[in-house]
Structures are given as structure tokens and as C-alpha cells.
Design a protein around this ligand. Structure first.
Ligand SMILES: NC(=O)c1ccc[n+]([C@@H]2O[C@H](COP(=O)([O-])OP(=O)(O)OC[C@H]3O[C@@H](n4cnc5c(N)ncnc54)[C@H](O)[C@@H]3O)[C@@H](O)[C@H]2O)c1
Length: 362
């Protein structure tokens, strides 16, 4: 970490939720060394861990590297200096994007870090559910081998894999799942038909997908339009043998209706990484069901995820520090604003000065 301080330095704040209670980095290498090596850049962890960042926590920083903390309009009130918020991950429902744009702050995400790890998350659920992995585990631990037939799995060849949403993760997942020999269908009102043809995926309506699929994976963005997209009525369209995999955002599914469908065995089972409330209430009836695999919105957290995501997020920050526009900007409409352009111009000048000062030291 750079120790000198001054007006000319590009200051980066890193949210404290990257740290474990003992102060060590929970994810290991998240690319912070890239900040150490950048001339004219200094960084520090925010002093406090908070669910929603407060204005005084972000004042004085040019950039923020953010894991889970919420960023509201209030957070950004008075954040005159801030130019970029680099979110680790691709979901940004925790960030007030309009407020970022209004304040001349670029919001970046890390699709290049998340694509493969999330595709393997979906594959993990697909294989674990089809082989009834956890139920088999419980039978084996109980030593009750007479129940082996009760936990017989489902073969995948010729079955239909339906993915709601045909985005970055869905496309990677279809590619990874190709050798399994399933039929691939997707529903996405904004999906690219040419890309679907190229990947040998049938682009169909949501209701048809729910009726036809043996495994339904929810991988769309959470928007006002997709809130409770899988409501009680639509869940009734699923086959009684179907499995539902939910790895995008909890509120896309009506969780109470899903719990009832699972309890009444109107569908075979589910794999869930995300919930309407996170963490769910420990007494939530969903957590008591034996035909559900639950994970704590962390199944994609691997060393690979940390490394790819960290490099992407820190890379975005360093692009801004050099006065350039990073690749994965969410609020692209902000790029041409006077506020953003003024900040970038200043960083370009600062970056040239820092590089000259660094060269003079050598
Ligand atoms: N569980 C996790 O840890 C984790 C990690 C990363 C991403 N995610 C979530 O996964 C989801 C997908 O991520 P991505 O990188 O593929 O995003 P993406 O932006 O590339 O794709 C999202 C897709 O959703 C589609 N969509 C929008 N409205 C729709 C609708 N009404 N019906 C169907 N599709 C619709 C969009 O057209 C887009 O193709 C996001 O919700 C993200 O938050 C979860």
C-alpha cells in the first residue's frame, strides 16, 4: 500500500467486507497488488464495515472497490471526487445507478470474472440434483442401504435444459453443458436470435420453456419486469419431475409459492443459491425441505472467481486512474457527461505527471 498521501494521488477505498474478522483477506488474491504497483495510486480499506455506505465513508476517494455494501443516493451525496465504483460481480441491484450517473460516477461490473464460475455453479446444481447427490449422501451416512432405490437419479441425455435469460452466464453454461446431450432452450425477450442459432439453443417463450423443460435454470437479470417472473401460476406449468435451479437473484421467484410446490412435490426439487431475503430466516420452511439443495449465495466463490473478478474490478479502477473509460461500464450514458469527462481529463494529466515522477526516481 502506498504510504505517501497528497492531493495529487488517486485514492481508492476498498470495502471492509473483503476482510474476515481476523483482518485477513477472505478471498485471497483479489488483485490489490495491482494498486500497489500503480504509480500515483494509494488505497486503503474503509475504516468500518457497513451494509450501506455512508457519505462520510466515501468522501475523499476517487474510486471504490465494492463487494456487497449498498450504494444509495444518500451514499453519494457530497461525493464530489468519486469517479468510479467497481463492483465485484455482475449484479448491481445494490447500487443506485441513476444516482451514480447524476453524480458523474461510472459504475463497473465484472462479467469477465463471473461468467465461467457461475456457469459451473449451474452445472454443479444440475449434476447434484440429477444424481440426487445430497439425498444419496444422507442415505449412505445413515447406513440405510435398503433405501438406495428411493434415491435413484435422472439421466440427462435427451432431456430438456431450459434457461430463463440468455445473457453472459447462460450462454457460457449452455456451452459447458453441451457434452451432456440435452436439448437446450431459453427464454429472453431481449435475447439475440442469431446467437441462439449459433449456440444451437432454441429461443422460446417463458411458458413454453416451463412446460417443456426437465431442468429450469433462472439466470436473468432482476428488474421490475422480472420480479416474481416465476409466480405461483407459472410454477404450476412445471412438470412434476422438473428441477428448478435459481442462481440469479431471489426475488425473480415467488419463494413462498416455490416452497409450497416443493413441499407438495408438485416439482421434483430445487437448487437455490439466492433467496428473497438474504440470509433467509433460519426458520424458513424452505430450509427444512429434503428435496432442496441450498447454498449461501456463495457457490461461485472460488479462487478462480476471486482472481478473475479482482483483476477485472481493479483493472477498471486503474483504467479510470489513467483517464480512460473502462470496458464494463453499466451506466454508459454517464461516459460523455461533462462531470465524467472533466474527471477523466484530470486523471490523464495526473497519470502523466506520476509516470514522469516515477521515471525521474529511477
Ligand atoms: N449467485 C451469484 O453469486 C451470482 C453471481 C453472478 C451473477 N448472478 C446473477 O446472474 C444473473 C445473470 O447474470 P449475467 O452475467 O448472465 O447477466 P447478463 O446481463 O449478461 O444477462 C441477463 C439476461 O437477462 C435477460 N432478461 C432481462 N429481462 C428478462 C426477462 N423478462 N425474461 C428473461 N430474460 C430476461 C437479459 O436480456 C439478459 O440477457 C444476474 O441476475 C446476476 O445478478 C448471480
Amino acid at each position: 500500500m502506498t504510504t505517501e498521501t497528497g492531493q495529487g494521488l488517486f485514492r481508492v477505498g476498498v470495502t471492509r467486507d473483503f476482510l474476515q474478522p481476523d483482518g485477513t483477506l477472505g478471498f485471497g488474491d483479489i488483485g490489490l497488488a495491482m494498486l500497489d504497483q500503480a504509480p500515483g495510486v494509494e488505497w486503503e480499506f474503509l475504516a468500518e464495515r457497513s451494509t450501506e455506505l455512508r457519505p462520510e465513508q466515501v468522501a475523499g476517494f476517487d474510486a471504490l472497490a465494492v463487494l456487497g455494501s449498498r450504494i444509495s443516493g444518500e451514499t453519494l451525496s457530497g461525493a464530489e471526487r468519486l469517479a468510479v465504483i467497481a463492483r465485484f460481480g455482475v449484479g448491481y441491484d445494490s447500487v443506485d445507478v441513476a444516482a451514480c450517473t447524476e453524480r458523474g460516477v461510472l459504475l463497473t461490473i465484472t462479467p469477465d470474472g463471473t461468467r465461467r464460475p457461475m456457469a459451473t455453479v449451474n452445472l454443479t446444481f444440475l449434476l447434484a440434483l440429477s444424481h440426487r447427490l445430497l439425498e444419496q449422501d444422507r442415505v449412505a451416512r445413515a447406513g440405510d442401504w435398503s433405501r438406495k432405490l428411493e434415491v435413484m437419479g435422472t439421466g440427462l441425455v435427451g432431456k430438456t435444459l431450459g434457461v430463463v435469460g440468455f445473457g453472459n452466464i447462460a450462454r457460457e453454461f449452455f456451452t459447458l453443458a453441451k457434452p451432456l446431450g440435452m436439448r437446450h432452450v431459453t427464454s429472453d425477450p431481449y435475447g439475440d436470435p442469431a446467437l441462439a442459432v449459433a449456440l444451437d439453443v432454441e429461443l422460446i417463450g417463458l411458458e413454453e420453456l416451463l412446460r417443456r423443460s426437465d431442468f429450469v435454470v433462472v439466470s436473468c437479470a432482476l428488474t421490475p419486469e422480472t420480479h416474481h417472473l416465476l409466480n405461483e401460476e407459472r410454477l404450476t406449468l412445471l412438470k412434476p419431475t422438473a428441477y428448478l435451479i435459481s442462481t440469479a437473484r431471489g426475488p425473480i421467484i415467488d419463494q413462498a409459492a416455490l416452497t409450497t410446490a416443493l413441499r407438495e412435490r408438485r416439482i421434483a426439487g430445487a437448487g437455490l443459491d439466492v433467496y428473497e431475503q438474504e440470509p433467509p430466516d433460519p426458520d424458513d420452511p424452505l430450509l427444512k425441505l429434503d428435496n432442496v439443495i441450498v447454498t449461501p449465495h456463495a457457490l461461485c466463490w472460488t479462487d478462480e472467481w476471486a482472481m478473475l473478478t479482482g483483476r477485472s474490478a481493479i483493472g477498471s479502477i486503474l483504467e479510470v486512474a489513467a483517464g480512460r473509460v473502462p470496458e464494463h461500464v453499466v451506466n454508459r450514458e454517464a461516459i460523455t457527461s461533462d462531470m465524467v469527462q472533466t474527471k477523466l481529463r484530470r486523471y490523464r494529466e495526473r497519470s502523466v505527471e506520476s509516470a514522469s515522477a516515477e521515471a525521474a526516481k529511477r
